[in-house]
Design a protein. Structure first.
Length: 322
């Protein structure tokens, strides 16, 4: 029987680790909200003053980033809550659901940008105060580059889909800001006004691509898609390493919910094996899988082998029992 004092200490360590994870995720999401708010206001004010569809498109793009940041902020607060009576598998699906909403908002924003750019092409209205737009795009690219790197680093560390989606949005904003920056420079040099709405359309196409990828990623988690082949290979290899010739397994099932991985399978052991020994094998498998794939929740169903199992009879542990 385990030491209750040690079990209590382990529980305290787990709670501390969970609290630190929650605080870091919430801080990152909140920081993204602040930076996006500043950029939306800056781009919108300058874009309207310039009458530039490309800059206004970037303001709309940053607006979707702001909404994404707000959703990410909400979802990480919810998804990092501990499991309770109503959510025994945790709250990880909040992240997947938020990713789907973000993808839809991004797609709508892209359609609006394309519509406005088409109108601008037909009107052929001149772009004013181009220098202000160039400066704003340079600021936007620099700030979003720094914030996106930070968000993606935290997302990778804690396996947060919501924060990863937010970071990817800002990463696309970096490239679109750079594109609009060069577009405005070309307009300034050549005075070809059509370049501005054309770059706005290019921004929209990039945004649609991000929307499609994010939709697919979120849908896979909502539909309980299996873990990646590499992750399942780690699980299979670990089970084989622990069991060796002592047992076999079948019926492996895996899925992801936010940063949590769920794994279950059937472990077939010699029928005369003691319960304590079988339990130790399961504990060993769980520990080694979690060491390699953190945040894994493993359920193992133990089955006795049948009398007809020739492989079991030939195993070293079974030779003395038959």
């Amino acid at each position: 029987m385990g030491n209750p004092f040690i079990s209590l200490l382990d529980s305290k360590v787990e709670m501390t680790s969970h609290q630190e994870r929650r605080e870091e995720l919430v801080f990152a999401a909140r920081f993204s909200v602040y930076s996006n708010t500043v950029l939306v206001l800056l781009k919108l004010i300058v874009g309207l003053a310039m009458s530039s569809i490309a800059v206004i498109s970037e303001a709309i793009h940053s607006g979707t980033d702001l909404v994404a940041a707000l959703i990410a902020n909400f979802s990480v607060r919810k998804s990092t809550k501990l499991a309770d009576e109503d959510h025994k598998f945790g709250h990880g699906k909040y992240e997947s659901f938020s990713g789907t909403i973000e993808a839809a908002l991004i797609f709508v924003a892209a359609i609006i940008i394309i519509y406005e750019a088409a109108l601008k092409l037909m009107e052929d209205a001149p772009v004013r105060i181009i220098e202000a737009g160039i400066v704003v795009m340079a600021i936007s690219a620099t700030l979003n580059f720094a914030v996106s790197r930070y968000l993606l680093k935290v997302a990778k560390k804690h396996e947060s889909l919501a924060l990863e989606a937010d970071g990817l949005h800002l990463k696309t904003d970096v490239w679109t800001s750079v594109g609009v920056f060069f577009g405005l420079v070309i307009v300034r040099i050549t005075n070809i006004q059509a370049i501005d709405p054309i770059f706005g359309m290019i921004v929209a196409v990039i945004i649609i691509g991000v929307s499609v990828r994010l939709t697919r990623r979120s849908a896979l988690e909502l539909l309980d898609h299996s873990l990646t082949q590499d992750e399942e290979k780690v699980i299979l290899t670990t089970i084989t390493e622990v069991t060796g010739e002592l047992a076999s397994f079948h019926g492996l099932r895996t899925r992801r919910s936010g940063h949590e991985r769920f794994v279950d399978f059937h472990l077939v052991v010699p029928k005369h094996l003691e319960v304590e020994t079988a339990h130790r094998i399961c504990d060993d498998i769980e520990k080694k899988v979690v060491d390699k794939l953190p945040n894994s929740n493993i359920t193992i169903h133990i089955e006795p082998c049948s009398e007809e199992c020739e492989g079991c009879k030939n195993a070293p542990i079974c030779k003395g029992a038959h």
